[in-house]
Design a protein around this ligand. Structure first.
Ligand code: ZN
Length: 142
């Protein structure tokens, strides 16, 4: 992992953006990653597009940083575009090159640590569930 990437993850983990409940949220999903102990909730205000996204919970630095970056990246996107972005992030943490992903590219280093991929993807799995309107908890172990 390059220093720049590491710094970005540390920065988001220390000062997560869009952290907390969301006024007027109409979609919420919870994600757990029992292997690491990460637990978070993603809240969305969804109309034609994602008007706002926040998250709450606790997790390791990679999990919190990924969630923080996710809320920034998906705000303003239509559900289909958010799903496409999610696919790009999946490929990135699986070792793909993930070009033009902005800050999310800092998750690239996670590809070297398979156990950490679930941490990086947890918020995205919860986002996917929230967009699908599922209220159930999602787990990385299912
Ligand atoms: Zn974790």
């Amino acid at each position: 992992m390059t220093d720049l990437y590491q710094q970005m993850i540390v920065d988001h983990a220390r000062r997560p953006r869009n952290f907390g409940p969301l006024d007027g949220a109409n979609r919420t999903a919870e994600g757990v990653n029992p292997l690491c102990g990460d637990e978070l909730k993603v809240h969305l205000r969804l109309s034609d597009a994602i008007e706002a996204a926040t998250f709450e919970g606790a997790g390791c630095a990679v999990c919190v940083a990924s969630a923080s970056m996710m809320t920034l990246a998906v705000t303003g996107l239509r559900a289909a575009d958010a799903a496409r972005l999610m696919q790009c992030v999946r490929e990135l943490v699986a070792g793909g090159d993930g070009k033009n992903l902005g800050e999310l590219e800092s998750l690239k280093g996670v590809a070297q640590y398979p156990a950490r991929r679930k941490c990086a993807l947890l918020a995205w799995r919860a986002l996917e569930a929230a967009l699908a309107g599922e209220l159930a908890k999602v787990s990385t172990e299912l």
